[in-house]
Design a protein around this ligand. Structure first.
Ligand SMILES: NC(=O)c1ccc[n+]([C@@H]2O[C@H](COP(=O)([O-])OP(=O)(O)OC[C@H]3O[C@@H](n4cnc5c(N)ncnc54)[C@H](OP(=O)(O)O)[C@@H]3O)[C@@H](O)[C@H]2O)c1
Length: 345
């Protein structure tokens, strides 16, 4: 914990040249800010990490990027310490845009509006399976992928935050599930915990050959988090009326020069296939429905949660890098400080 009156921060210096460019951030110890009218002072407790942050950090400030010298922004769960905002009271646990720092002043606005963490939801889950991560998995799989019993669903980055939830939702809908992930530990988690029907290690195995072996009839639903060569392998194995959910393309975000598009997209025309993007934010009015379904599956043990918790604000830049070298198993989080006990609900 910081001493009283000290605000430890990661300030933005310049767009990172790659995920491991820690010189893009500067450690600083400033003072705790004061909220003006319409603002609240929060203690940040947990930070969420998403691969698209590398794109935001590369964008000009006017296009959503971070101003040089400001604290790096990110989704967080925080506790309100003082409020001059009509929607938040001292003691509230809130979820929304905050900063890589101990204390932030928030106005409640951002790409996602700040909301109170529902009673009984732990802060880590509010950022992971019950946050944007879980919302992308839930709506991507139930609204776009829509696997049914007997169909084959394949998920890339299947042991990551979004993928680990998405692949289990496909299983819960009765589909045969195949998870693609990097390394033996992720593969083992997929088989033992996520209870997939097959797992592929894309770092040591021939993805195409393994898909042929595990999906001899082809793929009905491909939920893509990775893009790149894995997407190309899935495209040519799509079955008639197959669906590809374009959730993300982490392999592309930091690749320079930017790779060209999927080589095998014309395969869609041979099978009446569909490739459709997902923007979790657009489903915000329906988040409560997804949270209720996911909480019920978690409570019954049907949905296993995997989180990768790095402790300490000082480790925020390296936590972001973990998403690009595949070190993270499950949702990448940084814990800064302890939360108060959850309110039963
Ligand atoms: N559309 C939306 O609304 C929405 C919302 C949230 C997130 N997303 C997207 O969903 C995706 C997953 O996000 P997340 O937060 O859950 O991250 P994550 O999957 O937990 O972490 C990123 C993972 O990407 C994989 N990866 C990294 N470089 C790769 C490469 N070159 N080739 C193949 N795989 C690579 C690694 O897993 P392996 O070790 O398995 O390779 C790494 O662990 C991201 O693309 C994110 O932008 C979209």
């Amino acid at each position: 914990m910081a001493g009283a009156g000290t605000n430890r921060q990661w300030l933005f210096r310049h767009p990172p040249e790659g995920p491991h460019d820690t010189a893009a951030f500067e450690w600083s110890e400033g003072t705790v800010p004061s909220p003006a009218d319409g603002e609240a002072l929060v203690r940040n407790l947990w930070l969420s990490f998403d691969p698209t942050q590398i794109l935001v950090l590369a964008a000009p400030p006017g296009a959503g990027g971070v101003p040089v010298g400001a604290a790096v922004r990110g989704l967080a769960v925080s506790q309100v310490l003082a409020s001059r905002h009509p929607s938040f009271q001292e003691g509230d646990l809130v979820h929304g845009y905050s900063g890589w720092e101990d204390y932030s002043v928030i106005d409640g606005h951002g790409y996602f509006e700040t909301t109170k963490v529902p009673a009984g939801v732990p802060p880590d889950l509010a950022l992971g399976a019950l946050g944007v991560t879980g919302m992308a998995a839930y709506f991507g799989m139930t609204e776009i992928g829509r696997p049914t019993a007997g169909e084959t669903a394949v998920v890339s980055a299947a042991a990551g935050g979004v993928g680990s939830v998405a692949v289990q939702i496909a299983r819960l809908r009765g589909a045969r599930t195949i998870g693609i992930a990097g390394g033996p530990a992720k593969k083992e988690w997929l088989v033992r915990e996520a209870r997939v029907d097959g797992a592929i290690d894309h770092r040591s195995e021939d993805v195409g050959a393994r898909l042929d072996a595990l999906c001899p009839e082809g793929i009905d639903v491909f939920f893509d988090n990775a893009g790149g060569p894995i997407l190309d392998e899935a495209l040519v194995r799509l079955r008639r009326n197959g669906r590809i959910v374009v959730c993300g393309g982490t392999s592309r975000y930091a690749a320079r020069p930017e790779p060209s598009g999927p080589r095998n997209y014309l395969a869609l025309s041979l099978v009446n296939g569909r490739m459709e993007g997902l923007l979790a934010r657009d489903y915000a009015p329906r988040f409560p429905e997804a949270v209720a379904a996911l909480r019920a599956w978690i409570a019954s043990g049907q949905l296993r949660i995997k989180e990768d918790v790095v402790v300490g604000l000082e480790n925020a830049p390296s936590a972001l890098a973990r998403l690009f070298d595949g070190s993270n198993v499950g949702k990448q989080l940084v814990k800064i400080a302890d939360a108060p006990p959850p309110v039963p609900g």
